[in-house]
Structures are given as C-alpha cells and as structure tokens.
Write a protein that binds this ligand. Structure first.
Ligand SMILES: Cc1cc2nc3c(=O)[nH]c(=O)nc-3n(C[C@H](O)[C@H](O)[C@H](O)COP(=O)(O)OP(=O)(O)OC[C@H]3O[C@@H](n4cnc5c(N)ncnc54)[C@H](O)[C@@H]3O)c2cc1C
Length: 457
C-alpha cells in the first residue's frame, strides 16, 4: 500500500543537521517533517567521540542553553598526544572552547527543541528513494515504515542522513552541480566504547590522542567525566582495514587506568574525512553535515559544522520557498555560506590529511614531537600556520633528522594556502563552478606531486 503526505520541507535524519534545519524552518512558520529510521528512544543515540570544539557557539534556533545538561566535562582545555614511537607525550593547547558531552543527552535535547519549535517527527521510517519530476527537481522521498511505502512530498528535501547518504545514491544529479565525486575511500570508519573506571583518570582536562599503527588513523580517549571515558579509534578507508574492536581492546589492556573497567556502550559508524562537497545543492534539494562532507577532515569533528550547515540549509529553504523558486540558482547562496564559514578551512585541512596518507608514521611522529605545540594546534585547527624567526631556529635545533619531512611540510603548507585562496574565490553562481573547479584541481595536482599521495578525488 502506498500513501502520501505533503509538507513544505522534508528532512531526512534526526541528527544535528536535521534538528537545526528543522528548528530554523519551523520557527519561520513552515510545515516541517523529519523522517528518522530509528525509534524515538534511540534517535539521539549516535556514534561519536563526544568531543566538541567551539562548544560555546551554537546557532540561535537551538541555543546552547537548551543543551547545557549534555555538557558533562567543560574542564578540557588541551590535546595530549601520546607518541609511543618517540616515548614522548606532547601537550598542545587547543584554541577556543572545548567540552566533552553526553551524546545521547545532547541528541535528546536537540530533538526536544526541534519538536517544541513545531517540527513533526516520524520515527521507524527508513527513506529508500528520492522522487524527482521530469526536469530533475527533487519533489519528495519514499520511505518504508510499519504501514508499507509512504511518499512524502515537499517543496524542498534536506538531506541530513549522515555519511554515505542513500538519498544521493538514488537521486539523478547528472544535470545538477551537486558533487557526485564521492567514494567510500574519502571516508573513515570509526568505533567507540563508553567505559567506566573506578579511579578518576589523571588526564580529565585533556583530549588524549595516540597514533594507530598506521599514520592514517588514531586512537582517542575523551573524558566525559573523571570516570566515564569515550574511547575509540578510526582509520581512513583508503587504507588496509583495521580490526577496530580488537585494536581498541589491545590498547585498553595496555593502559593501567582501564584495569577493571566496565564497557557501558558500543557503537561504530563511518564519517567523511574529505573536503566539503563542491556543491551541496540540486533543484529542490540541499545536503548538510556528514551528508555533504562538513567535517574537519583531520580531527573528525563534525558536530559544529553540522549545526551551522543545518541552520544555513534551513534558512535557504525558507527563503527559496517564500520566493517560490527552488532552482539551483536560488539555493546557491547556501554553498557560499558554507564555504565562507568553515568550508574553506576544512578544504585546507584536507591537504594535511592527504599528506598523512603518504608519510611514514615513525617519521611523522618524530616530526610532531619536535614541533612547537602551539604551532601544531594552529595547523590542526586553522588549516595554516607561520613560524617566527626564533621559533624557526628552535624548531631546526629540535627537529634534526626530520628536515626533509619539514621541507615537504613547508611546501605542502604553501599549497594549502593557495588552495584556501581558491576556496575564498568560491563562485557566486552555479554556471561559474566548472571554471573554479579546474583551477582548484590544478592546485590539487601540485599537492599530489609534492606529497606523493594517491589521488583522492
Ligand atoms: C565514531 C565517531 C566519532 C566521532 N567523534 C566526533 C567528535 O568527537 N566530535 C565531533 O564533533 N564529531 C564527531 N564525529 C562526527 C559527528 O558525529 C558527525 O559529524 C555528526 O554527527 C554529523 O551530524 P549529521 O546530522 O550530519 O549526521 P548524523 O548525526 O549521522 O545523523 C544522521 C541521522 O540520519 C538518520 N538516517 C540515515 N539514513 C536514513 C534513512 N535512509 N532514513 C531515515 N533516517 C536515516 C540516522 O539514523 C541519523 O539519526 C564522530 C563520528 C563518528 C562516526
């Protein structure tokens, strides 16, 4: 049996994107429905490291004050890099507000806020297909639930379905600018456990990172509280697969602070560790968050990007619907806002991700151990860094043995700057995208040359 519903906006996924986009559009008086495949009680339960950078900044549609109960550790202020190869621990200050959250509580509060704003939620509803009219405009989705197949028709569909969204497999975007140059190898596979320990950990003010045996992955230990730790790991899917559950268990066994620990929860998922989509719009369609590569590709942090992209998508949908024009040109400003906010920085950071897949792990760890912490932090979060003469001298002294790699890093950094310059010139209309891309791709070719990395896109 097939039934159908009509709405102004259909949003797929009740994650960060879904809730921010929905609250934004519902606040503006639109009829918004979120379709979520999970049950109501499970909807907020999402695989995550629970670390939040920029923890003081959330879009107004769901202000931070409505999420406060999820902030279980606001005392974290730095990264602690454990480098077994060098027998060293590097403490790196992290700029901006940091926190570790209870992800389920955060998810539940988001959903509650979006519901209060007037969003309809439909749980246990798996979107299976995208509906498009003869000209290719997306006009709705098909989903299955207990009642069979239901069609949800809308002026605009927002894809907040997360990494490797099925909507993009089903839609035909051959006549749109929507980025389809997407492959699983540009994603990471990650897994985390929530672990309780009897004795408080000594590093409850730090996000702990440790390289996995290959450079393209890392382990993390993020303290939700002094005794509840989010422990996890991930690897880039272009690499040979890791056995995530066993590798985490092996590391946990080696750490005395986890003796007699109890595992409370286990979850795994994939996440984009790539540049943001060149365009995340098509007629009648916007994608945001993990569904559009809006994640910091070096840290895997995607909550902040998802919240802001969700708001931008919601606002763009409201404007397009009020103007009666859901064409690509009418939705284009959404792409510009994403690139102008975090997209340019994430594209620059992706260059270091590309570099890391081509670099020997021991050499990389030696290099990290020799560099000044604050400069590393700058590189990690801003996508670029520069050294004062005194710092250069100190670094040269400390980094003897890694000069070849530093030179390589320096060349890569200059190219990352060029790339970010190009993203700052992101076009203001769809017709100019192809020309912009060809200049961007020339810079990417130079990056592959200098780093020796495999072509990623
Ligand atoms: C293991 C792991 C650790 C991470 N650690 C961090 C971290 O510490 N800090 C950080 O900032 N980010 C982290 N991230 C990334 C972060 O979780 C994501 O970037 C963020 O959740 C993206 O939000 P989203 O709304 O785009 O997608 P999601 O949160 O993935 O939400 C997508 C929703 O869509 C639903 N859905 C999917 N397909 C369908 C369908 N066909 N029909 C109906 N519903 C569907 C899903 O059930 C889900 O509820 C991590 C990710 C992983 C996997």
């Amino acid at each position: 049996m097939s039934t159908s519903h009509e709405h102004d906006i259909v949003i797929v996924g009740a994650g960060t994107v879904g809730c921010y986009a929905a609250a934004t559009a519902a606040d503006a008086g639109l009829d918004v429905i979120i379709l979520e495949r999970k049950t109501a009680s499970e909807a907020g339960h999402i695989a995550c490291g629970d670390a939040l950078k920029g923890a003081n900044k959330f879009p107004e549609a769901i202000p931070k004050s409505q999420l406060d109960s999820a902030f279980t550790n606001t005392g974290v202020d730095h990264g602690r890099f454990e480098i077994p190869q060098e027998d060293t621990v590097v403490e790196i200050p992290v700029p901006g507000e940091l926190a570790v959250i209870d992800r389920l509580e955060y998810g539940d509060r988001l959903i509650e806020a979006a519901e209060t704003a007037g969003t309809t939620f439909q749980y246990d509803t798996v979107v299976q297909d995208v509906i498009q009219n003869d000209s290719g405009t997306v006009t709705g989705v098909k989903a299955t639930n207990g009642n069979g197949v239901t069609e949800y028709n809308a002026d605009i569909v927002i894809d907040g379905a997360g990494a490797l969204s099925i909507l993009q497999d089903k839609a035909d975007f051959s006549n749109a600018t929507f980025d389809t140059n997407v492959s699983y190898s540009q994603f990471s596979s990650a897994y985390r456990e929530i672990i309780e320990v009897d004795e408080p950990v000594e590093w409850d003010d730090a996000l702990v990172f440790k390289p996995t045996e290959r450079a393209a992955g890392y382990l993390w230990y993020f303290p939700r509280t002094k005794t509840t730790i989010n422990a996890g790991l991930g690897f880039q899917m272009s690499e040979e697969p890791m056995n995530l559950v066993d590798d985490l268990a092996r590391d946990l066994r080696q750490r005395s602070e986890f003796k007699n620990a109890t595992v409370k929860d286990k979850l795994g998922a994939s996440l984009p560790t790539r540049r943001p989509y060149d365009s995340a719009v098509a007629p009648g369609f916007l994608a945001a968050g993990d569904a559009a590569g809006h994640v910091n590709p070096t840290t895997g942090g995607g909550i902040a990007g998802a919240a802001f992209a969700g708001m931008y998508a919601g606002e763009q949908a409201v404007t397009a619907i009020s103007e009666g024009d859901v064409s690509e040109a009418s939705l284009w400003e959404y792409n510009e806002r994403v690139m102008g906010d975090f997209g340019t920085r994430f594209a620059g950071l992706d260059v270091y991700n590309v570099l890391s897949t081509a670099i020997d792990v021991d050499e990389l760890m030696g290099l990290i151990a020799s560099l000044p912490g604050e400069k590393l932090a700058e590189a990690l979060y801003s996508g670029t860094t520069s050294f004062s003469p005194l710092l250069i001298l100190k670094t040269i002294k400390n980094s003897y043995g890694h000069w070849r790699q530093i030179l390589n890093f320096y060349r890569t950094k200059n190219l990352a700057d060029d790339l970010m310059g190009q993203y700052e010139r992101y076009p203001n209309r769809p017709e100019a995208l192809d020309g912009w891309k060809s200049t961007r791709d020339e810079i990417m070719d130079q990056i592959y040359d200098v780093t020796g990395a495999e072509v990623k896109y």
